[in-house]
Write a protein that binds this ligand. Structure first.
Ligand code: SF4
Length: 306
């Protein structure tokens, strides 16, 4: 099991931080067409309590992106599944108009040639979430649309489409009991991402609690998965492993309702809405540790080589 109470090895996240990190994740869209059991961004609480549609109206989202792009160097558009949002390209365009680097995190189900064409020129990076070399394992994990998972060949074709459109590629993989023994070297060599983020499955109260029992890995299991793939660095792929402590209080994150949130205590804590409260005042209402942000490799040359 993961332990959120393991001894801290770095500065603990604290409330009232004044300095902003270089990047922010905007989880703009709660709806998703997949049902990953470990998903720690389900936002069912947000939808039930404050935002029945699961996203801001288009104009409000654009205003929010304007505010974020003035203060952060990079905006990562995440969800839910952000490609279900019809105005995603407009949000990315607005961010780029203010000089921000843009990144998408997607499950790939909607990443067709026409979608890639709409993102061309406005999205700098595409992060594909892929956990397993086996479609059957993806189905067991819930990384599937109505019980159907994408194949490794589908993902490789997407990776090629992304690169051909001039966008840079990153892969995110969540390590669980179902994929911890896999050797994914061959798939990663075919995908050829610049960065590969490996995340140890994280239990987040109210997001995935009750669904991840039996899936969690201890640090030894997670580290063994990372070690098995270290040789990929020789292929020019930067490995970015994040164990559970690295993930707590180390991100600037905005929820679908336009509020900062943190996970420092193993569950979401939300600020007041950024557009109503002002960015600095809302930021002071969540916990963050710059040391953890830097330790997990959050600061890299977004424009240059990783
Ligand atoms: S695809 Fe992403 S947002 Fe959707 S359920 Fe899976 S982890 Fe969550």
């Amino acid at each position: 099991m993961n332990s959120l109470s393991s001894p801290s090895h770095s500065e603990s996240p604290s409330l009232g931080a004044k300095v902003l990190p270089a990047s922010v994740n905007f989880h703009l869209w709660e709806p998703c067409n997949m049902r990953c059991r470990f998903c720690f961004a389900t936002f069912k609480d947000v939808r039930a309590d404050v935002l029945p549609k699961g996203h801001l109206p288009e104009q409000e989202a654009l205003r929010l992106v304007d505010v974020l792009a003035h203060r952060f160097k990079k905006i990562t558009f995440a969800g839910g599944e952000p490609l279900l949002c019809p105005w995603l390209p407009d949000l990315a365009k607005a961010a780029k108009a203010h000089g921000a680097i843009t990144m998408l995190v997607t499950n790939g189900s909607q990443l067709r040639a026409d979608t890639i064409a709409r993102l061309r020129g406005v999205m700098d990076w595409v992060t594909l979430s892929i956990d397993s070399i086996s479609p059957e394992t993806h189905v067991k994990l819930g990384r599937a649309v109505q019980g159907r998972a994408l194949s490794p060949a589908d993902y490789v074709a997407m990776a090629e489409g992304v690169r051909a459109a001039g966008m840079r590629l990153k892969i995110n993989t969540v390590v669980t009991q179902l994929n911890k023994g896999e050797d994914q070297t061959e798939l990663l060599r075919a995908l050829r991402p610049e960065r590969w983020k490996l995340l140890n499955i994280l239990r987040v109260e109210g997001q995935n609690s009750g669904k991840v029992d039996g899936l969690c890995c201890d640090s030894q299991e997670f580290n063994a998965f990372v070690a098995r793939h270290r040789a990929l660095e020789g292929d020019g792929i930067v490995l970015v492993p994040e164990d559970n402590e690295d993930m707590l209080g180390s991100y600037a994150m905005v929820d679908p309702a336009g509020r900062f949130f943190d996970n420092a205590e193993g569950k979401h804590r939300y600020s007041a809405p950024i557009l109503a409260q002002g960015l600095d005042s809302a930021w002071a209402q969540v916990a963050f540790s710059m040391e953890r942000f830097e330790r997990r490799g959050g600061l890299y040359d977004f424009n240059g080589r990783p």
